[in-house]
Design a protein around this ligand. Structure first.
Ligand code: BTN
Length: 243
């Protein structure tokens, strides 16, 4: 596995995307940075991370035989690899907030930004970007953010956490390649934050409504039980789960 370490970069995802335009890029090439000047989050948000305190990295993953409708499997595999890593570090109450925020004790400790390349209806490759809050202890105005150090009181070695995660990611990538998607989906659903609990959501019109998260569909939509026993599936941009 090739690991490229950078002291500063705009965004490890952007950097790796540019590298991957060269078709010979090795599978599982990893770019890890000490600091990002333009860290990107989902939905056009930015990702802030104190220099040298956290893990900010991206992994290039080539995929074979995965139809674009199954592309959410990459999110599932990544989330499961993170949960396995955090469980091994004895981080308590780890959950996945759909689609792929990782929480501990209801606080966000990790964000994932996956950028996929689709060719001829098949997933060709993914850039898996991860920001894991490890040793940072102050988040100023981000009330829902936390870190491994805040939660456990311990300081972690960033390289060790990264290496453990990469071992777990390879494990789940093999599961995906072997076609064990149903099993992975069940494992992911068992970790869903607020599953089967009354929850408040916001729709695209800014209206609030209540429902129960039941699981996800094969293509990664959120399945919610609404009033009058109505079951509805929501895409990423259609719904926001309020805490
Ligand atoms: C989110 O929760 O909105 C996703 C955040 C993803 C942040 C990581 S940090 C490493 C990689 N490079 C980026 O620019 N973003 C991802």
């Amino acid at each position: 596995m090739r690991i490229i370490k950078l002291s500063a970069i705009d965004s490890t995802n952007t950097f790796l995307k540019e590298l991957s335009s060269d078709n010979t890029l090795e599978d599982f090439t990893v770019v890890v940075a000490n600091k990002q000047t333009n860290g990107r989050g989902r939905a056009g948000n930015s990702w802030q991370s104190q220099a040298g305190k956290n893990l900010i990295f991206s992994v290039f993953k080539r995929t074979k035989g995965l139809g674009f409708l199954n592309q959410f499997s990459i999110s599932i595999g990544t989330a499961l690899a993170l949960v396995k890593t955090l469980n091994a570090l004895s981080i308590p109450k780890v959950a996945v907030k759909w689609p792929n925020d990782i929480l501990s004790a209801n606080k966000k400790i990790c964000g994932i930004l996956i950028e996929n390349v689709i060719r001829f209806n098949q997933l060709d490759s993914s850039i898996i970007g991860i920001g894991l809050n490890v040793n940072q202890t102050k988040f100023n105005d981000l009330q829902r953010a936390s870190s491994l150090k805040i939660i456990s009181g311990k300081t972690f070695d960033l390289d060790e956490v990264l290496n453990q995660f990469l071992v777990n990611l390879v494990f789940y990538a093999k599961e995906i390649e072997a076609g064990n998607l149903k099993k992975l989906k069940l494992e992911y659903e068992s970790l869903l934050f607020r599953k089967n609990k009354p929850s408040t959501f916001k729709n695209t019109e800014g209206e609030f409504f209540t429902g129960y998260i039941k699981g996800i569909s094969n293509n990664g939509l959120l399945i919610v039980l609404l009033e009058d026993e109505i079951i509805k599936k929501f895409a990423l941009n259609e719904i926001k789960l309020m805490y």
